[in-house]
Design a protein around this ligand. Structure first.
Ligand code: NAD
Length: 379
């Protein structure tokens, strides 16, 4: 087993999920690589030292450029806000490092395109952390669809609902609130929440052909933490769109941070001619499945507890009946990436896969602005 030395950029929410994934992955998966938490990059030295000590990083560095250039680093993992992704990923690829990057890949498809070109020119393994693909129940849905059990797909429905920005007093910008600053985030819920829904949707149901969207910014101006001034809000607070997939199915997508009572309600539903599937992040270890082929007297929705050893990823965990959670999706993604990278293979979603999602989010925002249907460029 070879050591793979990680340079982690950022120690916030995702810095923790990724550090946990790399720490845990060899305990549960037989892998050709052993990730080593080599260097943590963050700008506040005291907090960086504390995080590094807690998670076992061997060194701390304030400037990501030094981490990218360091001969002691094999893989750069970008867990910092969206405006940092492109510059760091392109520099890392040019330095010959493997690159893993948080979603959305770029703030726009144009930004993401440069990142794709950089990793492909360098020929380095790359992946984007669209982690919901690695929920065992969502992977089971993928297997059922790929086996053709649903038949012709008619409908796809996805929602991602939160309620944390309803207060008019909430400022924008700076630590913890960069998601409300359009210059840093690129967009609001379209790039933050819908990007997840779109990635899963295209992975399960194929390419999206065209979209028609509407967005709203409910709170028009907020205090900016970095300038101290009341400034216009440039992000979309809510985003809804209709979509047509290449396979002829129709879809509705909705994301908002104004659905009082919902914290992270990501749900998806797929209706096929023969069967339907529902999945819900709040009950992530279950897959609801309706099979019209069942004997009529017994036909109904099954609630499959996805914990058996023949379910995706589950043989690596506990005994049947014991469920796993959110953090495991990142461990699965690290395991798949490391296995593929050692064999010179790509594990999806690659940067190129994630570029497609940025094309759809760009189209959603353009459609909402211009009030028209917008076609998605082909891969
Ligand atoms: N896959 C998912 O489900 C998921 C969930 C949340 C966030 N994200 C994505 O992860 C990324 C980070 O989000 P988060 O919630 O962890 O944010 P966060 O605010 O919790 O943490 C961001 C971290 O980046 C650091 N940082 C900022 N600029 C930096 C720079 N120039 N150099 C080094 N470090 C820098 C900050 O100090 C902080 O440690 C975003 O792109 C976000 O969209 C993905």
């Amino acid at each position: 087993m070879k050591n793979l030395r990680i340079g982690m950029i950022g120690y916030g929410f995702m810095g923790r999920t990724h550090s946990n994934a790399f720490s845990q992955v060899n305990h549960f998966f037989d892998l050709p690589y052993r990730p080593v938490l080599q260097t943590l990059c963050a700008r506040n030295p005291a907090r960086a030292q504390a995080f590094a000590a807690q998670w076992g990083y061997q060194s701390v560095e304030a400037d990501w450029r030094k981490v990218v250039e360091s001969p002691e680093i094999d893989l750069i993992d970008i867990a910092s806000p969206n405006d940092t992704h492109a510059e760091i990923a392109i520099a890392a690829a040019k330095a010959g490092k493997m690159v893993m990057c948080e979603k959305p890949l770029g703030r726009t498809a144009a930004e993401a395109q440069g990142m794709v070109e950089a990793v492909e020119a360098a020929g380095v393994p790359n992946m984007v952390w669209y982690n919901y693909r690695r929920v065992p129940a969502v992977m089971l849905a993928k297997h059922l669809i790929d086996e053709g059990r649903l038949g012709r797909i008619f409908h796809y429905r996805a929602k991602f609902l939160q309620d944390w920005t309803i207060s008019t007093d909430l400022p924008q910008g700076g630590e913890g609130l960069w998601r409300l600053d359009v210059n840093v985030a690129g967009s609001g819920v379209t790039g933050d929440l819908l990007a997840h829904c779109i990635d899963t949707a295209m992975w399960l149901n194929g390419p999206i052909h065209e979209v028609s969207a509407t967005t709203e910014t409910f709170i028009k101006s907020r205090q900016h933490n970095l300038t101290g001034k009341l400034e216009p809000v440039g992000i979309d607070d809510a985003s809804l769109f209709l979509a047509r997939f290449d396979n002829g199915s129709l879809a509705t997508f909705e994301a908002t941070r104004y659905a009082r009572g919902h914290k992270a309600l990501y749900t998806l539903e797929i209706n096929g001619a023969n069967a339907s599937i529902i999945w819900d992040l709040h009950d992530l270890h279950r897959l609801q499945y309706f099979d019209h082929g069942d004997e009529g007297r017994l036909r109904g929705w099954r609630s499959i507890h996805v914990t058996d050893s023949d379910h995706p990823y589950m043989k690596h965990w506990w005994v049947p009946g014991l469920q796993i959670g959110y953090e495991h999706t990142f461990i699965h993604q690290a395991a798949d990436f490391l296995t593929a990278a050692a064999g010179g293979q790509a594990a999806s979603p690659t940067f190129r896969d994630a570029l497609l999602t940025d094309h759809v989010t760009d189209a959603v925002l353009a459609s909402a602005k211009n009030r028209n249907w917008v076609s998605i460029p082909k891969a």
